[in-house]
Write a protein that binds this ligand. Structure first.
Ligand SMILES: [Zn+2]
Length: 362
């Protein structure tokens, strides 16, 4: 696969959003990520589970990991008979919204994919089994994967709309920050971590966390597109995600992101940010938090989460472009901030301020 490389955050995002992806079938996204990293001369490797880990290091200071997943809910074909395919739908999409949904099935190097329609869904042992009518019988074989068929991505100054904004926009964020670090030569220590099979339960992230691939003091930022909600509105800026449906995150990591956001807002009245516990889902920060990593989230408010619309139909996911660009700015500021811009640094300042009351309270 030859991959052309554009360089700005919107170019990177567009390039990624053009790639079809599904849990366990992330190879096209990973190939583009590798090409972009090669273009910038940023070293990377794959771990034994196929997660991709890139690294930028210039000087010392806190270690950061910008983490995003490369998959999105989609279908895996397990059997084909004539014009009918059978498969499993992987990821959190309501079964009742699947029948009638148009999909595109990818086999081998097929760039365009084969058009098809999901005709029926049934739950078997917790799995969503789907029956699919092929437009061209014989066009796919078992092992193919499929995405919803919702057309090409849109990336303009206002809106990002695509099948798999979650979480290719997180991948684009990490890549954009790495590209900026490399081109500016800024002092920072940043890993870009691109995980697999998140939508089936954080499989890639969990195996990576258990392997201890990242040093235990790494500040892990889970980059996500997450369902819009009160206090996390689209167009109001990236959201410093202080927690998710399952757990609350690390105070120091969150303090650093918040400090960077406040610094940016002071310098630029157009910069907006939000700070919220986004309980619409669980993200990879919880996995790393459970294993003792200082983890936090950064999220973009998402409309049509997992392609589901309120009337039961299927549509492209949407994020505000300004939220994405603000998120890239926020992280660039955070990962290059002085080491002392930490919760411990705050406490040292507090201690100095409290010194004069020490005697009075004794
Ligand atoms: Zn998701």
């Amino acid at each position: 696969m030859t991959v052309s490389v554009d360089t700005g955050p919107l170019d990177i995002l567009r390039r990624l959003l053009e790639q079809p992806t599904a849990p366990f079938h992330e190879v096209r996204v990973l190939t583009v990520i590798g090409a972009i990293l090669n273009h910038w001369g940023i070293p990377f490797r794959s771990d034994r589970h196929g997660n991709l880990i890139a690294r930028y290091q210039n000087g010392r200071g806190p270690r950061w990991a910008l983490m995003a997943h490369t998959d999105h809910p989609g279908v895996e074909i397990t059997g084909v008979r004539g014009g009918t395919a059978h498969g499993t739908f992987l990821g959190g999409v309501r079964p009742d919204s699947l029948p009638g949904a148009r999909v595109r099935l990818f086999c081998g190097d097929d760039a365009q994919g084969q058009p098809a329609t999901i005709t029926a869904t049934r739950m078997v042992g917790g799995e969503k089994r789907v029956t699919i009518a092929l437009e061209r019988p014989g066009s796919v074989s078992p092992g193919a994967f499929g995405t919803f068929d919702l057309g090409a991505p849109t990336v303009n100054e206002k809106t990002v709309a695509a099948i798999a904004v979650d979480d290719l926009i997180g991948c684009a964020t990490a890549l954009s920050v790495l590209a900026w670090l490399k081109s500016s030569g800024a002092r920072a220590r940043v890993w870009g971590v691109f995980t697999r099979a998140e939508e089936v339960g954080f499989a890639g992230a969990q195996l990576l966390a258990e392997a201890g691939t990242l040093p235990r003091d790494t500040l892990v930022v889970s980059l996500e597109a997450s369902k819009e909600m009160a206090g996390a509105r689209q167009g109001m800026g990236p959201v410093i995600r202080v927690g998710d449906r399952t757990s609350t995150f690390n105070g120091d990591a969150e303090y650093r992101l918040h400090g960077a956001a406040k610094k940016l807002a002071e310098a630029n009245s157009d910069f907006r940010f939000q700070r919220q516990l986004m309980s619409g889902g669980t993200c990879e920060a919880t996995v790393f938090a459970a294993l003792g990593y200082p983890a936090v989230g950064l999220a973009y408010p998402l409309v049509n989460y997992h392609n589901m619309i309120d009337d039961g139909g299927i549509a492209r996911e949407q994020v505000a472009t300004a939220d994405y660009l603000g998120g890239v700015d926020l992280l660039e500021t955070a990962v290059t901030a002085p080491a002392g811009d930490s919760l411990a640094g705050y406490y040292r300042r507090l201690t100095r301020a409290t010194a004069r009351y020490r005697k009075r309270l004794s």
